[in-house]
Design a protein around this ligand. Structure first.
Ligand code: BTN
Length: 332
């Protein structure tokens, strides 16, 4: 197992300011062994690059109002059971990256068994499903990707996106969301009809009996009112739901733990054990939905999922199957 933690000086300053207290330029400079003017420049970089509102308090120094709950490798890993954590080859904590899913692409080496977990504080080009953008401001929310190799034919793991949706919902329940959670096929995470998180799985086939998946999970823990209003669909955050600040390290650790357990279970037993769990969370059951296919839009009544995880749609007095990833579903 190897660890990687990219820590720039700006990141170190952020860690010192994360407590929300006032810190003078002199104090920060002394701690990091750099000059006050270097600190001043870094504060500007933090404001412009990460869009973090660092306040300058006359005669006192700098502070981040409300503080920040940054990710710490040790704290996060404490929430992952040892036997699950040892399944990983590498654990990577990144400061800022275009997309954690894109980042993990480079580690795919044909024929190698690879299991790498990666978290980031910020994504500059976070990806959502169907080419959408995933808003990923610094120091908030969870941006996580997990690279996993399977000794299976790619056709055998198509239902994985269903199992992953169940795993994310379970994580949120373990964190303390008791009621109101639901899944929208295949794996959008909802809380009372508002989107709370999403999953983007990218499959990479290698050979007939080996394939790789990059599982990307985003969970909203805190977004400003302005950001929430700018997102085209209704969405919510854990902070809004629980009415308190979120411990991102605990949430991230619980997520990684649940995903590893899910991948092991899926590897051994396939989708079968996840089907009843998914059905309990299905928010579209028997609802009239509209399906966006490649070139056309169709409507029908949702009738759950098949044993392979396909969406079942009642249409023209028949039940039609649609594969995960082909379509997006909207309530009509
Ligand atoms: C969706 O619901 O549209 C899927 C959102 C997936 C977002 C996560 S955040 C971590 C990972 N990296 C990305 O660029 N996207 C996924």
């Amino acid at each position: 197992m190897s660890f990687e933690n990219t820590t720039s000086t700006a990141n170190k300053v952020l860690q010192l300011l994360a407590d929300g207290e006032c810190h003078s330029g002199q104090q920060l400079g002394a701690m990091l062994k750099i000059t006050r003017s270097a600190i001043w420049k870094i504060i500007h970089e933090i404001k412009s690059r990460y869009s973090i509102p660092v306040e300058s308090v006359a005669g006192k120094g700098y502070r981040i109002i409300g503080g920040l709950n940054l990710l710490h490798q040790k704290t996060l890993v404490n929430f992952v059971e040892q036997e699950n954590f040892t399944a990983l080859n590498q654990f990577i904590l990144l400061n800022s990256i275009d997309s954690t899913n894109n980042y993990l692409e480079q580690f795919i080496v044909k024929g190698n068994k690879t299991r790498i977990a990666c978290f980031a504080e910020q994504q500059t080009q976070g990806k959502g499903r169907r080419g959408r953008t995933w808003i990923s401001p610094y120091g908030h929310n969870i941006y996580h990707s997990l690279l996993w190799s399977f000794n299976k034919d790619p056709g055998e793991i198509l239902g994985l996106s269903i199992a992953i949706g169940v795993a994310v919902a379970k994580t949120l329940k373990n964190y303390g969301v008791d009621t109101g959670l639901g899944l929208k096929w295949p794996n959008d995470i909802y809380y009372e009809n508002k989107k709370l998180g999403g999953v983007l799985i990218e499959f990479r086939a290698s050979a007939h009996d080996c394939c790789y998946v990059i599982i990307g999970v985003g969970i909203n823990t805190h977004l400003s009112e302005e950001t929430i209003n700018s997102i085209e669909q209704p969405c919510t955050t854990l902070k809004q739901i629980l009415n308190k600040n979120v411990d991102r390290n605990r949430l991230a650790g619980l997520l990684l733990n649940e995903l590893i357990m899910t991948l092991n279970e899926f590897d051994q037993q396939g989708l079968q054990p996840f089907l009843p769990r998914w059905q309990e969370l299905d928010i579209l059951q028997n609802k009239s939905v509209s399906l966006q296919l490649q070139n056309q839009q169709i409507t029908g009544i949702m009738r759950g999922i098949s044993p392979r995880g396909e969406l079942l749609l009642a249409r023209n007095e028949k039940i039609e199957n649609y594969l995960s990833g082909e379509v997006s579903v909207r309530l009509v």
